[in-house]
Design a protein around this ligand. Structure first.
Ligand code: HAM
Length: 415
């Protein structure tokens, strides 16, 4: 037996309906907020992520599925969507071509991480990006879309956390203050943190090692070191969030694990996921479009993990299965007539099934039950002779004869 690769999973019937529900809600909301769908390739040049996601990130250093293809090019399975979206935005001049550069994408991402609940090697994201807009109202609109997704999916006890990590002007000042505050405590931190102190000190706030927490909790907050424009921007974002009554909490530890963020960062945390509690995360990345070869256009967005949204759905989530009809055929003549009726129902847009192998009535009724058919149609010699079909409402158990030429309308009424 050849099993699925560790950290990947099949999404089977029974589970897939939840996925369809999440994807449907995501699409409806994105369209409502004015985003257009984009589909980018799953494979990209490795350097796109080295430059985009950042050389010092765990993603690029440890987690990429990268390989040399047959023509000697370095290729990788995308670990995240943002650099691909930026590449597509630049490559197709979407800032000019589209009325508004507000894009969304749905699809699989790949990271060689240690699998656990809510963390996989192939996972799926809804990715949302806005280009060329700097106003803090845009940050609030993106966060509002993220929050609406969580509330539309009826995920309870979610928490919106925000922060501002400053910009290339004010961040160095903050980093200096951070390292100064660490001072003699630095050697007491874990090996990862000591490495981060030289590569990307802000990532120290991401550390999950219990022994490090008291030291990290006492470190300075980036919001206290923002330059004037960053402080004004951040105040604007909070003002817009308050105006629409979104319940946010500020966390100085929300620095995010990717290198491109400036100013606003945010996450929505769930309660049901254990250690992997981020349902979605994102922020502003002004400067990235330019770094990847485009004009100096701003950018902001977020990505939600679909596996995590599906795990967090309430049991009561109203996930409607397609209501269907089932035709029970009696005898050879019945089967021939049933086949015609089946096609008629399907052509008129109704979901219908029948058993093609010759089976007894009881076996066919059992099948109708297993399929959770809402209506069963019984087509047999006696009924046919009278030009009728017997229609059984599976919810009430009621049964009645219906004229053959009105049967489609009668089924439609019951579905
Ligand atoms: P990220 O925080 O790396 O950000 O991922 C976003 C979300 O994807 C996470 O909050 C989580 O729900 C899900 N996720 C990440 N890794 C895994 C995994 N191994 N297994 C399951 N789910 C996972 C980004 O990817 C940025 N590109 C977001 C962004 C868009 N920022 C600006 N625009």
């Amino acid at each position: 037996m050849i099993a699925a690769i560790r950290g990947t999973h099949d999404i089977l019937p029974g589970e897939v309906e939840k996925w369809q529900h999440v994807e449907r809600c995501a699409r409806v909301l994105c369209e409502r907020y004015g985003y257009a769908e984009v589909r980018t390739p799953v494979i990209e040049r490795e350097e796109l992520f080295a430059k985009g996601t950042g050389e010092t990130t765990d993603i690029v250093q440890k987690e990429m599925y990268a390989f040399t293809d047959k023509s000697g090019d370095r290729i990788t399975l995308r670990p995240e969507a943002t650099p691909s979206m930026v590449r597509a935005y630049i490559e197709h001049n979407l800032g000019q071509v589209l009325p508004a550069a507000k894009l969304y994408a749905l699809g699989p991402m790949f990271r060689y991480e240690r699998p656990q609940k809510g963390r996989y090697r192939q996972f799926h994201q809804l990715d949302v990006e806005v280009f060329g807009m700097e106003d803090p109202a845009v940050d609030a609109e993106v966060i509002d879309l993220a929050w609406s997704l969580i509330s539309t999916l009826e995920i309870a006890q979610a928490e919106l956390v925000i922060n501002s990590v400053g910009c290339p002007t004010c961040r160095p000042v903050f980093q200096e203050a951070l390292l100064a505050a660490l001072g003699s405590d630095l050697p007491k931190l874990c090996g990862d943190c000591q490495r981060r102190a030289t590569t990307n000190p802000l990532r120290i706030y991401d550390c999950k090692v219990p022994a490090d927490q008291p030291i990290i909790d006492a470190l300075p907050h980036s919001v206290d070191y923002l330059c004037e424009p960053c402080a004004t921007h951040y105040a604007g974002v909070k003002g817009h969030l308050d105006a629409i009554s979104l319940p946010w909490r500020e966390s100085h530890r929300l620095v995010r694990g990717l290198d491109y963020y400036v100013r606003t960062t945010f996450e929505v945390l769930g309660q049901t996921l254990g250690a992997q509690n981020a349902l979605l995360g994102g922020g502003r990345y002004d400067g990235l479009v330019k770094r990847l070869g485009g004009a100096d256009h701003a950018g902001i967005g977020f990505a939600a993990g679909l596996e995590r949204l599906v795990l967090a759905l309430p049991d009561s989530a109203a996930i409607a299965a397609t209501p269907r009809a089932f035709i029970v055929a009696i005898g050879e003549d019945g089967r021939a007539a049933a086949w015609l009726l089946l096609r008629e129902l399907r052509q008129s847009g109704l979901a219908a099934q029948m058993e093609f192998e010759a089976r007894g009535v009881r076996a066919q009724m059992k099948r109708a039950d297993r399929l959770a058919a809402r209506v069963t149609l019984i087509v047999g010699g006696d009924e046919l002779a009278r030009g009728e079909v017997t229609l059984r409402d599976m919810t009430t158990g009621e049964q009645r004869a219906v004229a053959r030429d009105t049967v489609v309308a009668a089924v439609r009424e019951l579905l």
